[in-house]
Design a protein around this ligand. Structure first.
Ligand code: ZN
Length: 410
């Protein structure tokens, strides 16, 4: 049996009857994203809501006012996932979320066209495909695909789109010899005795359960957007069809406008300007490091020359780098001071790095108390604690703790 959506991909409303309604805890899977679900699955006499299959995601829509979140195929039936139960025998007005469906029709028919051209003209068979939330790809049985092949394929697909080649759906009996000419990667999931063939006239005949456009002009255009390595020696060729091309182009224009505003120059100069900015930033960072180390040496000297020599040093410098801290420790080497250094992570306020170092008795008395206060993670090793602080807001408490400890020693 073919579902109503397979007979006519353009139906957006339809009346049917509830045959069965069962509770379910099966998750909702949408473009590969899995969401927990608790509700009901409804079987109807027939449906215009496409159940996921053949690489095409499920439709969403409504049964009267009840939202359908997922449609799955089970044998000859389509199961409609809803939050509230619907009584058996209820007459329901089905409505389809058309924008989502038409997008799937564009991507799916585009995939058939793309796969046909790559196989016929470049001997590159498609082994699988994926319709993603933003981008889709076909998996090709080849290690790489040249830019020339990609360009020639894109041009050919768009030429056929301009010619508005009709796309027909034909039904055959499984034993029909006419089927021998049809292209298949195995029988479609819903195949029983009737075989459904999608024909792009004189270009492709393909067994498929999906919903397709009736004419290639509805694809508007195909844009191939690059390749990436696929599974075991295969290549994924990414593509956009129709409204996704214009939507993606719009997003790119918006990003470009933001960059033009920030860089205060035309788009053709963007890459060059960013390269220069990165180079300057590297140089500036190098200078800053050198200044910070000079400052650390100066600070350490100042502490050493204080009279009387302090018993402890507390230094919380938000912007201190590991190099700065190392220079402080080096500058105070050989002294008997208890040293506590803290700095903040650049993009995580209240989190940072801490170093505790000094005579064993002081470290024993203060170490764990400080790390507990600061939610520190790390361990004492060779008389030094070096680790992360999870909460620097307790810095003033630490300061008081250390001051009280040394005041009480006097
Ligand atoms: Zn298909």
């Amino acid at each position: 049996m073919a579902f109503k959506c397979q007979e006519d991909s353009y139906l957006t409303e339809y009346t049917s009857i509830v045959l069965k309604c069962e509770p379910t805890t099966e998750p909702i899977v949408d473009y590969g994203k899995i969401t927990k679900f608790e509700g009901y699955k409804v079987t109807l006499e027939n449906t215009i809501l496409f159940p996921a299959g053949g690489g095409q995601p499920h439709d969403v829509g409504w049964l009267n006012d009840t939202e359908v979140l997922q449609v799955l195929r089970k044998g000859e039936q389509a199961l409609h996932f809803v939050r509230e139960p619907l009584a058996e025998g209820t007459v329901v007005n089905q409505r389809l979320h058309w924008d989502r469906r038409f997008d799937h029709m564009q991507q799916h028919s585009g995939q058939h066209l793309l796969s046909a051209i790559l196989e016929k003209e470049h001997n590159l068979p498609t082994t699988s495909w994926w319709l993603g939330v933003d981008e889709s790809y076909i998996e090709l049985d080849a290690k790489e695909i040249t830019d020339d092949v990609i360009q020639a394929t894109e041009d050919k697909c768009n030429e056929l789109i301009r010619k508005a080649v009709p796309v027909d759906v034909k039904f055959y009996k499984a034993c029909d010899s006419a089927l021998d000419q049809a292209h298949t990667r195995g029988l479609p999931e819903d195949c029983t005795d009737t075989i459904r063939i999608i024909c792009i006239r004189k270009i492709d005949e393909n067994m498929c359960c999906g919903t397709h456009v009736s004419n290639l002009s509805e694809l508007q255009m195909i844009k191939l957007i690059g390749t990436e390595p696929g599974k075991k020696g295969k290549t994924n060729l990414k593509f956009l069809v129709g409204n996704r091309v214009t939507r993606t182009f719009q997003k790119m224009l918006q990003r470009e406008r933001v960059l033009t505003g920030l860089l205060k120059n035309e788009p053709t100069r963007h890459a060059d300007l960013i390269y220069k900015l990165q180079k300057n930033l590297k140089l500036t960072n190098k200078c800053l490091q050198s200044v910070l180390i000079d400052l650390a040496v100066y600070e350490a000297d100042k502490i050493r020359s204080t009279v009387p020599v302090p018993k402890y040093v507390i230094m919380f410098k938000k912007e201190a780098t590991p190099e700065f801290n190392r220079a402080i420790l080096k500058g105070l080497e050989g002294t008997d001071m208890f040293i506590f250094l803290a700095s903040e992570e650049p993009d995580k306020p209240n989190e940072g790095q801490i170093i505790i170092q000094g005579p064993v008795e002081h470290c024993d008395a203060l170490g764990t108390k400080i790390t507990d206060l600061l939610k520190g993670r790390g361990a004492f090793k060779n008389g030094r604690f070096q680790g992360k602080a999870g909460d620097l807001s307790a810095m003033s408490k630490c300061k008081r703790l250390i001051e009280d400890y040394f005041n009480n020693l006097k």
